[in-house]
Design a protein around this ligand. Structure first.
Ligand code: UD1
Length: 389
């Protein structure tokens, strides 16, 4: 079998890594990796391939940054000849970035089977480019790999046949389980002079939060005020960095707000695992904090990952300083004593994906073979993956 994975942006790489490892165990599978080049800074791309032990891409399309139409079109134009030559049995696409949509369109129009890893998530917010990418990619996919039950309901409502939907679990958690021992060894907090559970980690990069100077200023002001209580560490995405004026908006400087360069996956995991609180607008961090039992505030009006609010540690907050400060205080002081356990977020999702793709196995909603065990106590060592296959 020949399987092609197409990835392009930072959050794709954590999803690719476990799938690549699962496919590499199969002697009869050739796994070809295509990197579109949507993200190209070493800290946004190469570092992730190295840390997650992903082999160098077989093809690099070098599309770079551009408007949505130009970027999507560039991926399509450059990917078409590659897929035409390779004629894979399946093309796997990941998440909801522009590269995901572009690859799904090219593959479907060439008559190739598309498998979407992280299918069925919906925010209902059409102002987010990712929502458009999700809906269209799912429509074009033959195999839909969902991380949670709510995704199945969305797909059913959109008329997707149930036999194309596979409840495999959350592949991000596979990467987390794999990297966690390394993250603990690194003990990044101590290297930065930060106390265990005594600091806040921030990531903000969505256009709605960083492209409007007034909103970005409000958010930075809130972070400065928060940093009077405990250090706030903010690894800045290049998009946010570019919006920051040289005076950093000249907001108050009496706290301990640290604006640093983007950090690698293991470094970030180490920081997040030891944090009192995470403030973010990223999808992946909503999931990772829920798995780790770390309180999380998501600065967005909605989320395509409601399970992290309903069953996890995530809360939505508006981009207002008073709301963020009040929610932060509440989240830190009322930290839940136990770590949430979510169905099939167990480190084995990629194995299930490989079984579906290579053996035609089915993973329905009602075939959990083992009851979910009670949640373990929060500990610094990661709990064993839940034994549900
Ligand atoms: C993209 C995804 C978003 C994901 C995010 C993670 C889409 C529509 N959005 O957003 O869902 O959460 O990646 O990072 O696909 N830039 C650099 N160097 C890089 C990459 C980007 O400087 O390596 C800067 C450029 O100015 C670029 C801007 O960031 O124009 C935005 O990059 P782009 O890939 O278009 O979108 P992201 O905001 O990164």
């Amino acid at each position: 079998m020949r399987i092609v994975s197409v990835v392009g942006a930072r959050p794709n790489f954590m999803k690719l890594a476990p799938v690549d490892r699962a496919l590499a165990k199969r002697a009869d599978v050739e796994h070809v990796i295509v990197h579109t080049g949507q993200h190209y800074d070493p800290g946004m791309s190469d570092a992730f391939f190295e840390e997650l032990c992903i082999p160098a891409p077989d093809y690099h399309l070098g599309v770079g940054s551009a408007s949505h139409a130009t970027q999507t079109a560039a991926v399509m134009q450059r990917l078409e000849p590659v897929l035409t030559r390779l004629q894979p049995d399946v093309v796997l696409v990941y998440g909801d970035v522009n590269s995901t949509l572009a690859a799904a369109l090219v593959a479907a129009k060439l008559g190739l089977g598309v498998g979407h890893v992280e299918a069925g998530l919906r925010s209902g917010d059409w102002s987010m480019p990712e929502e458009i990418n999700r809906v269209v990619t799912d429509r074009l996919s033959e195999l839909l790999f969902i991380p949670s039950r709510d995704a199945a309901a969305h797909l059913a409502a959109e008329g997707v046949a149930a036999d194309r939907v596979h409840f495999v679990g959350n592949v991000m958690i596979d990467s987390l389980c794999w990297a966690f021992p390394r993250a603990l060894e690194r003990n990044v907090a101590a290297r930065h002079g930060l106390e265990e559970a005594g600091y806040v980690v921030v990531t903000l990069h969505r256009p709605s939060n960083v492209d409007d100077p007034a909103t970005l200023r409000t958010l930075l002001d809130a972070l400065h005020r928060l940093s009077r209580e405990r250090p706030v560490v903010f690894p800045m995405h290049p998009r946010a960095r570019k919006q920051l004026p040289s005076d950093g908006f000249a907001v108050a400087r009496d706290g301990d707000l640290r604006l640093i360069e983007p950090v690698g996956y293991v470094e970030m995991l180490s920081l997040v695992a030891g944090a009192a609180l995470v403030i973010t607008d990223s999808g992946g961090l909503q999931e990772e904090t829920t798995y780790l039992g770390v309180p999380c505030l998501t600065v967005r009006p909605n989320t395509e990952r409601p399970i992290t609010c309903i069953n996890g540690t995530n809360r939505l907050v508006p981009p207002r300083a008073d709301a963020i400060l009040a929610a932060a205080e509440r989240a830190i002081t009322r930290r839940p004593p136990v770590r949430p356990v979510l169905e099939r977020w167990d480190g084995r999702t990629a194995e299930r994906i490989a079984r579906v793709v290579c053996e035609g196995e089915l993973y329905g909603l009602d075939d959990l073979v083992t009851a979910t065990p009670p949640p373990p106590r929060i500990a610094r060592a990661i709990p064993e993956p839940v034994n549900v296959v």
